[in-house]
Ligand binder design. Structure first.
Ligand SMILES: Cc1cc2nc3c(=O)[nH]c(=O)nc-3n(C[C@H](O)[C@H](O)[C@H](O)COP(=O)(O)OP(=O)(O)OC[C@H]3O[C@@H](n4cnc5c(N)ncnc54)[C@H](O)[C@@H]3O)c2cc1C
Length: 500
């Protein structure tokens, strides 16, 4: 291994950590500069009076993406992380009193779906077959390659996907395809929900995203001991162990560059900690809406102007509640559905407000990690889908939504939850923007509400600055834990290909 080539990564989110581990494994000298005092970015952690909460993601899918990363660094994921495969993936509560559990055992799920809603088991099996076909046709092309490099369009993967193009169902919306394959409103709402996994609207996102249920049901869903934050810490530990220099509490003030040939610029390093740190390449893991104005001093960069015109993904209003007592009706992942899903998404994406009847997601990590809450207590992470920040009065919005959430929990579970709340904190879209630098608090970069969205994401390599690369949720292939880790792979492959 040679340490001659130097890379600097700006931001220690999961995408940045992934890129750092890969480049270090290939012999590069790698330093990460992270503005916060801890790594993880959106996949962070918070403790309130003995209750620990993840501040971002809660469910792990595609663990093989993480396993590959550990293997590339000569390590084994199981030496760093304990994954807990979920038998019951999620428990659903509908407005009409219907309750059902989505089991990882497909036959058991089909039986339960039929018993609770009357949906034919064959509809579930056939839907997951269809979902699997989309994944097998499009997965590798969209998730593992840059869509902006010529080499992608010369690859066998591209031609294989092109030949089978209709299989990816790109024309209809997710909801139309779901409605064509399920008969009951309950099953339809359950499967339309998967648009929220990338912050999109199922009534506008292309049916290609119906590949997500295949990933969750046929490949599995996991909790992690210590919560998803444990993934951030495991990647930090691995990175440090293989020799990545991780500098937390060290914001990068600028990416530095010099003039190069043909009007282009050549990156020379970054300014951080009051000094210049030289490198051959810089990889920005920060949201590109922060990268251009703050790191490159380009408030009017064409890439930024274009990005700001695209529709951002949804954001979230999150309530962290330390709860006294154990509520047996709940599982570790729970959904309390709204009465009118179409209205809920119209409120978020068209009216830019939280719905008056929102779907409420409750995750309780103390079910799988008891130390996340005191004895006989639970840590509730309650997420309501919300629009991105456009100057709404979030104090008022949060108060209004909290009251709705309490009413809904009481009705659906037949309890009185408010006296059980021992401690609480709220996180709004504006907080997410401030804490992680994400554009207006979007959770997943841009929304996938159009067929073009996959091709409009910011590329992983700058065309104007030689040596400048991008990874993370605001770039290709998009937001979500496995995808940002894959963005770290795509970007490190590009760096190795172009700079070694
Ligand atoms: C509430 C919430 C719920 C979510 N739920 C899910 C889920 O269920 N499943 C899922 O897969 N995903 C979920 N996500 C999305 C997922 O967390 C993100 O897609 C992913 O973690 C983003 O990783 P990233 O690589 O883009 O980096 P980010 O997490 O965006 O990190 C970027 C880092 O850059 C740092 N930074 C910013 N400016 C500077 C600077 N000038 N210098 C140095 N560092 C800087 C920031 O401090 C931050 O640490 C959720 C996110 C949130 C917030």
């Amino acid at each position: 291994m040679s340490d001659r080539r130097k890379a600097i990564i700006v931001g220690a989110g999961l995408g940045g950590l992934s890129a750092a581990i890969r480049l270090r494994s290939m012999g590069w000298s790698v330093s990460i500069f992270e503005a916060s005092d801890d790594v993880g970015g959106k996949a962070g952690s918070m403790t309130l009076d003995g209750y620990r909460f993840d501040t971002g993601p809660s469910l792990l899918t595609m663990p093989e993406v993480f396993e590959e990363l550990f293997i590339e660094a000569g390590a084994r994921l199981e030496d760093y992380l304990t994954l807990i495969r979920l038998d019951e993936i999620c428990r659903y509560f509908y407005p009409d009193g219907t309750r059902l559990s989505a089991w990882s055992d497909e036959s058991r799920f089909a039986v339960e779906l039929q018993a609770a809603t009357g949906e034919s088991p064959w509809n579930l099996h056939r839907f997951l077959d269809y979902s699997e076909r989309i994944y097998r046709t499009a997965g590798d092309l969209f998730l593992r390659r840059s869509l902006r490099e010529r080499s992608t369009y010369r690859s066998a993967t591209f031609w294989r996907s092109l030949v089978r193009f209709p299989a990816i169902d790109p024309i209809r919306t997710m909801a139309r395809a779901v409605e064509a394959r399920f008969d009951t409103p309950h099953a339809r709402q359950l499967f339309e929900r998967y648009a929220t996994y990338n912050g999109s609207n199922p009534f506008r996102a292309p049916a290609t995203f119906n590949l997500i249920p295949y990933v969750e049901y046929r490949r599995g869903a996991w909790a992690i001991e210590g919560g998803t934050y444990a993934i951030s810490k495991a990647l930090e530990t691995l990175a440090r162990r293989i020799g990545v220099h991780v500098h937390t509490g060290t914001p990068v003030g600028a990416v530095t560059y010099e003039d190069a040939r043909r009007g282009r610029k050549r990156v020379t390093g970054v300014r951080a900690d009051g000094r210049h740190v030289a490198s051959d390449v810089v990889i920005c893991n920060v949201d590109i809406s922060t990268a251009y104005p703050e790191l490159l001093d380009e408030e009017n960069a064409p890439e930024l102007v274009r990005y700001r015109k695209l529709e951002p993904s949804s954001s979230a209003l999150v309530f962290f509640w330390g709860i006294r007592g154990i509520n047996r009706l709940l599982s570790s992942h729970n959904i309390l559905f709204s009465g009118d899903y179409r209205r809920e998404f119209a409120a978020i994406f068209d009216e830019h407000r939280v719905s008056d009847d929102p779907t409420v997601y409750i995750n309780i990590t103390s079910r799988t990690t008891p130390s996340d809450a005191p004895a006989e207590s639970e840590n509730w992470f309650i997420l309501v889908n919300a629009p991105v920040d456009s100057g709404q009065d979030w104090v008022t919005e949060a108060q209004r939504t909290r009251a709705t959430v309490i009413r809904k929990i009481n009705e659906r579970l037949g309890i009185d939850i408010e006296p059980q709340i021992a401690v609480e904190r709220t996180m709004t879209p504006a907080d997410i923007a401030t804490n992680t630098g994400s554009y207006r608090g979007a959770l997943y970069g841009i929304a996938s509400n159009s067929r073009a969205a996959a091709f409009l994401r910011h590329p992983n390599r700058s065309r104007r600055y030689r040596g400048l690369y991008f990874c993370g949720g605001s770039t290709h292939p998009g937001g979500g834990m496995p995808l940002v880790v894959l963005s770290g792979k795509i970007v490190s492959d590009l760096v190795l290909h172009r700079e070694s």
